[in-house]
Design a binder for this molecule. Structure first.
Ligand SMILES: [Zn+2]
Length: 484
């Protein structure tokens, strides 16, 4: 009798709750998925209610939605945020979406013209986007040799190789101020692509970033083992500039900037962080790099510095390995041709990816498999096959850590990288037993598999594994969102 009363009470309480929940009908409900949030540590079967582009409710109670998506047996996680994505056209954004990326930003170098970039993408982007202000482009402009999209790295020449005069440094600063006013999320510095920039010029740029309270994102000055000009020296230079200026610092692709001493470079970042500096870093899970063959990275002496020969260079798509003669021809060509550099070992890449300090970013460019496969490769190779990263830590490296890196630049980032009530509904729903990269050096444009739903700002972009046509829910992330 007692049990019956109790259960009657439970039934009526249950009905009451169901009625209360039923009072609210969400735009979309993700039903019965394994909800994972790296910030709170929540890892449980929950229903997620989405309305007006936000996560409004996460509950074990049933939720009512205009549309209900079955997430049973699938992981429901915050969409991945790629801080380092060069290719920003629709074809690449499609590949990013299949890889679980809901926000892809050009932070390493930055675009040559922030306002025109933002205007061109407005209402036409599959996923969220943003950029830094480009030191290299501002420098090219100050030298009277401006570059234009889609070029981001100036060809090797005076604007990259000569020191700037005090007037030119002023002009670079003024241009960067304008670009930050236009919404840039930081200052991008590919120092290796502007070897003429003195240590003092670099420090001045860090001071400007500090005064605007935005981070510097940098590809460091040089890499290799030979002193002077080693990876250790190059990483020390930017850590020093951060300490001197007070600017926050993000060092891009520590895997390819430090190669065989990548773990030592990470220890420099860890040491600086332990002394209270705001310094972060990232890596991509491939042994080859890729860059413009006419850039200053290939200034004389590159083979000795990098410890590689011509045969470490490979043309994307054709697979052609270069000779001295072929390299000389291509290096002298104008235009935007890129080349793969096979220079790292799988053992080193695997060790770097597993480091807790290291977030994942793709350095995505057309012609390299990382453009399409980086994030799914982490879930397939490192979480599922090798077991070297826990699933929750992978989500932390791919969503929460990049969001936290962006919080100094824009308040909008506080609502990203989290699967929480109040967060933006940028969400991936994937099968952890199936998710995998498929792109290779020979076939670099193969979409990843395993994403059942990808939601951007509440809009379903990938639906039951298929891209929804003519849907452009991507929105800009800009520093203007801070009210700064
Ligand atoms: Zn780079």
């Amino acid at each position: 009798m007692r049990a019956a009363i109790l259960s009657a009470a439970l039934v009526s309480a249950g009905l009451f709750l169901a009625a209360a929940a039923g009072a609210q009908t969400f735009d979309t409900v993700l039903q019965g998925g394994r909800v994972m949030d790296p910030e709170t540590g929540v890892d449980a079967v929950r229903n997620v209610g989405i309305t007006d582009g936000r996560i409004m409710r996460i509950s074990s109670e049933a939720l009512t939605g205009k549309r209900v998506l079955d997430a049973k047996g699938l992981v429901v996680a915050p969409g991945f945020i790629d801080l380092h994505q060069h290719a920003q056209e629709v074809a690449s954004s499609r590949l990013k979406a299949f890889d679980g990326v809901t926000t892809a930003l050009e932070m390493e170098i930055g675009v040559p013209d922030v306002a025109s970039f933002l205007q061109k993408k407005d209402g036409r982007s599959l996923i969220n986007y943003g950029t830094t202000a480009s030191h290299a482009a501002a420098r090219a402009l100050a030298f009277g040799q401006p570059i234009h999209e889609p070029t981001i790295v100036p060809p090797s020449g005076n604007a990259t190789n000569q020191p700037a005069t005090p007037d030119q440094i002023k002009a670079i600063e003024n241009r960067l101020q304008q670009e930050l006013d236009a919404g840039a999320l930081g200052i991008g510095m590919g120092i290796q692509y502007t070897p003429g920039a003195t240590r003092f010029e670099v420090i001045q740029m860090f001071r400007l970033a500090a005064s605007r309270r935005v981070p510097v994102f940098t590809h460091v000055r040089s890499f290799g083992l030979i002193e002077p000009g080693s990876s250790i020296e190059a990483v020390s230079e930017v850590i020093g500039a951060a300490a001197i200026s007070g600017a926050s610092l993000h060092i891009v692709h520590i895997n390819s900037s430090c190669i065989s001493v990548a773990l030592d470079c990470i220890s420099l970042v860890a040491g600086a962080r332990a002394r209270g500096l705001d310094i972060t870093t990232e890596a991509y899970p491939y042994i080859a790099g890729m860059t413009a063959i006419n850039s200053a990275l290939f200034n004389p002496g590159w083979r000795e510095k990098l410890g590689i020969g011509y045969d470490a260079l490979q043309l994307p798509d054709t697979g052609e390995r270069l000779t001295k003669e072929r390299f000389d021809t291509l290096h002298a060509e104008p235009g935007n041709r890129t080349v793969l550099l096979f220079m790292n070992t799988q053992e080193m890449v695997d060790a770097v990816i597993a480091q807790p300090l290291v977030m994942i970013a793709s350095d995505g460019e057309d012609g390299h498999p990382r453009n399409a496969g980086t994030f799914s490769r982490i879930l397939a190779r490192y979480v599922r096959e090798r077991g070297s990263i826990l699933l929750m830590d992978a989500i932390r490296k791919m969503a929460l850590m990049p969001a936290q890196r962006l919080e100094k630049s824009t308040v909008a980032a506080r609502r990203k990288g989290r699967l929480q009530e109040g967060a933006d509904a940028d969400i991936v729903v994937f099968d952890p037993t199936v998710v995998a990269d498929r792109s290779t050096y020979a076939a670099p444009r193969e979409p990843s598999v395993g994403m059942k739903y990808v939601i951007v700002g509440g809009t379903v972009l990938i639906d039951r594994g298929k891209l929804v046509a003519d849907t452009f829910p991507g929105k800009a992330l800009t520093s203007l969102q801070t009210g700064k």
